[in-house]
Ligand binder design. Structure first.
Ligand code: ADP
Ligand code: MG
Length: 863
């Protein structure tokens, strides 16, 4: 057992095992001082004993207690990662976020007085790793991908999985895989294989909710010890808002302005949901309180003062005396923020705490803001400028590091961040937290497999982490931009693990690429739905990413399908497999810029306004879209306009009927003409959606360029219209990627291709049959196909159910392609059968091998 391992290794006998440091290090004096205040430092002995005596240890501790910076140092001093020691393999530390991996590596290097080649990081595109590396910080995705090449992780002697409470999908999968790897490594070591050493696993969490790991018997039959580290946390006063304003960005600016002008020094940390909001707020605050704007105002004021003084010659009064900071501070202590703890009763008066429209509140909102700002500016003679720093994952890393730099003397630090500052990074000297209460989360629609990012309420656990950031240096305040009633009634206790809101296809593909063939038996900390797993495998088989051998394909079982070369290429993309599939083959046909655009548009969702206007059942859309609503008639006009007036694409698109091309055309036109609000108004598209598509397109473009260095580096932002040939190829690519989402016109099922069948005037109400779906499905009224004679075969992007099951994102496909493209897939519709309810249905049949593509060489696809 593990105790024996430890005993044997250290030639000391349990239970009187005594842990000793074996590597000498010298830390800078200031670091030594700072360490004295970290709660975890006094726990070094018990932590290291537990690690030496157990293959798996769980460490919990408040954010800022020193887990991330200190535990790797404990391990290093104990000899881990040092050649010639008992545990020469590297110390691997995973983080869910890139910024944390980078900043923690540099911090630990600094604390140990070691170089960045000794304490390194590796993220997707960037690494400082060298043969000398002892401690390696990396994103969980990096380690996951390393498993594909070195399943036993032989380079490592210990793996630290940090931020496990976040339950990122990669972290969850890593913990599952590692629970098996530690056994394999131990077996090899016991069998005295040359060079074999055991691997240790340390799971670190900022919350005490670790039962999914620690008490999960499939994961760890012998429960690992859980060590809790005490916190040094000062009290934080929580202030709820009386009302929950939908415009939390504006509220955040207001609140920051108030704090800055009225409350004593101390950093402000603002939690928002994403880059756009953050840059907006930074700009606003910069304009009002930034060094430059204050400087300009000061000059103006100085000039005014000078003029005044010249006017009242002889007077000796020194104006600067009125600006005594301590007076101001005293004055403001008792200012009512209108949102203090005592407001909970008031907040409860707000019926359900949902985003309510209070006309009065809304009417005066603009004025209020002005008032607040004027007040703020009025006090500014005494105040400091703000030092405003944004923090989000897409920010260039050198700019991310700025949060750790002390602000210039006399400035107030204001960090405007996503939830990256929630637990991953401890920003020093924060005294005030402004929490918008929302988080941008990936959502997954299991019905169509498409992911989206949505802004939702965060969890109670997250809210409390955010508040906690204010109490690191001293007592602090947290201003929640939502009511306590909303918090009580609408916030979940914990955030949902990512695995339950992420497409399983991607994970399954990733696991298959690690040679985990029977995914269903995998020890997930939170298992995904079994049916979802099977469906995912089936989809991957359709896409050619997995293949069935003859034995396993009997009876349509796909439980242990194996990955194909195409699947391996697809696994390299951090995208849903359908989209990766399109990108991999789009490269070969010179259609890449269009495929990227299509993939981005499909991911963001339909940008056209008329969708909502026509669809009478969609009463759940964003409030902010309300004023953009148009009548059905207008909408129909808009539909035509948007589709047919995208001039540069119009002529060639005409022959290739697809809703997807409608989006492609509008994105093309948007970028061609320079876009903007005017364009959107004229073409009845949503500006927000257009901006999102534009951004996503740039991102995917970046990834593809890195993955395919040979492709055209100037994938122009101004997309030229696709050629006739490219449009045809695009339709084929769509058909190939959604080959399991093909529908056939009901009256044509079983037709021999010669008979003419029924003639329809248009597609309204014409029934189709889709594989695997028991009811008739219909083309959505918003489709560009709706007024045309209904095609025999169509591919659809998603199926929405309102009054009927409607296909959206419809593309006309040629049945000849299906036979040809689908040759190995044999997705045939020619053999309708009756199910047990007597309903005619068609079922797809799958061929024996994967998708046949013109050769993709692994060398063409690089990370
Ligand atoms: P935990 O992982 O438990 O949340 P950390 O190890 O990240 O805690 O942080 C421990 C302490 O180190 C905190 O007080 C934090 O402010 C400090 N710290 C971390 N990174 C840096 C840095 N780059 N610069 C200065 N201080 C830092
Ligand atoms: Mg940490």
């Amino acid at each position: 057992n593990s105790e024996k391992i430890a005993a044997a290794e250290t030639s000391s006998s349990s239970p009187g095992f005594n842990y000793k440091r074996v590597v000498e290090i010298s830390r800078p004096a200031d670091v030594e001082d700072a360490r004295l205040f970290l709660p975890i430092v006094t726990e070094e002995q018990p932590i290291m004993e537990a690690i030496m005596l157990n293959p798996v240890v769980v460490i919990c501790g408040e954010t800022g207690s020193g887990k991330t910076t200190q535990v790797p140092q404990f391990l290093y001093e104990a000899g881990f990662g040092t050649p010639g020691s008992d545990n020469p393999g590297m110390i691997g530390v995973t983080q869910p976020r890139r910024v944390a991996a980078m900043s923690m590596a540099s911090r630990v290097a600094h604390e140990l007085s070691l170089t960045s080649s000794k304490v390194s990081y590796q993220i997707r595109y960037d690494a400082t790793v060298s043969p000398q590396t002892s401690i390696k910080f990396m994103t969980d995705g990096v380690l996951l991908r390393e498993l594909a090449n070195d399943f036993l992780l032989n380079k490592y002697s210990v793996i630290v999985i940090d931020e496990a409470h976040e339950r990122s999908i990669n972290t969850d999968i890593l913990i599952g895989v590692l629970s098996r790897i530690i056994n394999l490594r131990e077996e090899r070591w016991r069998a005295k294989e040359a060079g074999a050493k055991p691997l240790r696993l340390i799971i670190m969490s900022a919350t005490l909710r670790v039962s999914d790991f620690a008490e999960n018997k499939t994961l760890f039959p012998k429960p690992p010890p859980v060590i809790s580290v005490g916190a040094r946390q000062h009290p934080v006063t929580i202030h709820f808002s009386r009302r929950t304003s939908p415009d939390y960005v504006k509220e955040a600016v207001k609140k920051a302005a108030k704090i800055h002008s009225r409350l004593p020094p101390g950093g402000i940390l603002i939690f928002l949901t994403g880059q756009n909001e953050i840059t907006g707020v930074v700009k606003k605050l910069e304009a009002r309180f930034g060094e430059k704007s204050l400087h300009a105002r000061r000059q103006k004021r100085a000039q005014a003062a000078l003029n005044a003084r010249m006017r009242r010659e002889g007077e000796e009064e020194d104006e600067t005396k009125s600006a005594n900071p301590s007076q101001v501070a005293l004055e403001v202590e008792d200012i009512d923020f209108g949102a203090t703890r005592g407001d909970e009763n008031i907040a409860n008066d707000v019926d359900d705490g949902m985003l309510e429209d209070d006309p009065e509140a809304l009417d005066t909102e603009g004025e209020e803001e002005e008032d607040a700002l004027n007040e703020a500016l009025g006090l500014e003679e005494s105040d400091a400028p703000m030092h405003i720093v944004p923090l989000y994952s897409l920010l260039p890393s050198d700019r991310q590091m700025k949060v750790f730099e002390p602000p210039p003397p006399g400035h107030r630090l204001v960090v405007v961040s996503t939830n990256v500052a929630e637990t991953s990074l401890t920003i020093p000297n924060i005294r005030y937290v402004i929490d918008c209460g929302r988080v941008k989360e990936r959502k997954y629609d299991t019905t169509n497999g498409v992911q989206s990012f949505q802004i939702t309420w965060t969890s109670k656990a997250s809210a409390s982490q955010r508040a906690g950031r204010a109490g690191r240096t001293g007592p602090g305040h947290c201003y929640r931009l939502y009511s306590s009633a909303l918090f009580e009634n609408h916030f979940e206790q914990f955030s949902e693990p990512e695995i339950l809101r992420t497409p399983i296809e991607g994970i399954v593909l990733q696991m298959k690429s690690m040679h985990i063939d029977t995914v269903i038996n995998f020890p997930f900390p939170t298992p995904p739905d079994r049916l979802a797993l099977r469906k995912a495998e089936r989809t991957l088989v359709h896409l050619g990413a997995l293949s069935l051998d003859a034995a396993s394909s009997v009876g349509g079982m796909v439980g242990n399908a194996k990955i194909t070369d195409l699947g391996r290429a697809m696994a390299l993309f951090p995208l849903a497999p359908r989209f990766a599939r399109m990108l991999v083959s789009g490269q070969q046909h010179g259609c890449l810029p269009y495929v990227i655009t299509v993939v981005s548009a499909l991911s963001v969702g339909d940008p056209f306004l008329f969708e909502e206007a026509i669809n009478e059942k969609s009463d759940e859309e964003d409030e902010e879209d309300d004023d953009e609503m148009v009548t059905e008639k207008e909408a129909k006009r808009a539909k035509r306009k948007a589709y047919f007036t995208s001039q540069h694409l119009h002529s060639s698109l005409g022959k290739h009927i697809s809703d997807v091309f409608k989006s492609l055309s509008v994105v093309g036109a948007y970028e061609y003409t320079g876009g903007g609000a005017k364009f959107c108004a004229e073409h009845f598209v949503r500006l927000k959606a257009m901006e999102e598509i534009h951004k996503l397109r740039a991102q995917v473009g970046n990834i593809v360029r890195v993955n395919f260095p040979a492709s055209d580096p100037k994938t122009d932002t101004k997309l030229p219209p696709p050629s006739e040939f490219q449009l045809k190829v695009l339709r084929q690519l769509l058909a190939a990627s959604f080959v399991d989402q093909v529908a056939v016109r009901k009256d044509r099922i079983g037709a021999d291709g010669q008979s003419k069948g029924v003639q329809f005037a248009n597609a309204k109400g014409v029934p189709y049959r889709a594989a695997g779906i028991l009811e008739d499905v219909f083309i959505h009224p918003s489709s560009v196909l709706i007024d045309l004679s209904p095609p025999e075969f169509v591919m659809f992007h998603e199926l929405v159910r309102t009054s009927r099951p409607y296909m959206k994102g419809v593309t006309v496909v040629n049945p000849a392609w299906l036979a040809k493209l689908g040759k190995p897939l044999l997705c045939t519709f020619s053999k309708p059968i009756r199910n047990k309810d007597g309903v005619m249905m068609v079922i797809p049949r799958f061929g024996p091998s994967g998708w046949e593509l013109p050769a993709i060489k692994a060398a063409d696809v690089r990370l």
